[in-house]
Design a protein around this ligand. Sequence first.
Ligand code: GRF
Length: 204
Amino acid sequence: LRVAVLVSGRGSNMAALIDAAAEPAFPAEIVAVISNRPNAGALAVAARAGIATVVVDHKAYADRATFDAALDAALRDVEPDLVCLAGFMRILTDGFIAGWAGRLINIHPALLPSFKGLDTHARALAAGVKLHGCTVHVVTPEMDSGPIIAQAAVPVLEGDDEDALAARVLAAEHLLYVRALKLWAQGRVRLDGDRVKVDAGDDA
Ligand code: GRF
């Protein structure tokens, strides 16, 4: 399975996917990392791992549609079977998403459908939830609302601040995204209408 990863920032989730895929037995290969920010830390991490990197700088485009067209062209060049958003901080147009329908997934730092959007950890603390976590889901036009592939929960502990909670969730994200990518690459993720069914296996 050929996988492209879209990033905007430090790229710790991307690095987790790259590290996992570097294992010869892993059923997916990271073929490219694409960033909308030329100075994203993720680009250096990917390059060091020998992965091809591409920058499609959103500031060079007049609007979302032209940026998304350039992003789409860059992606088509690398012919991925699956596109993983990993801290990619641009809203994608419906047209772009339609072009990659069923081949585009995202990780979100909350237990969806709670806390869609930004600042999830601050909002989880403000709400007083005792469990928080992360979700890998199929991307559909409505933000953070596509079919859920996998989730991981972490406790919210007494005395947590945003940073402490974010770090606990991030550690869970790295494991979850690798697990979800593996399930996908093994052909065990099926879209059934508006939800995902995951075929059971030994290591589910
Ligand atoms: C992660 O928490 C991800 O879920 C969110 O942004 C953060 C990106 O971190 N969308 P990284 O770039 O993967 O380190």
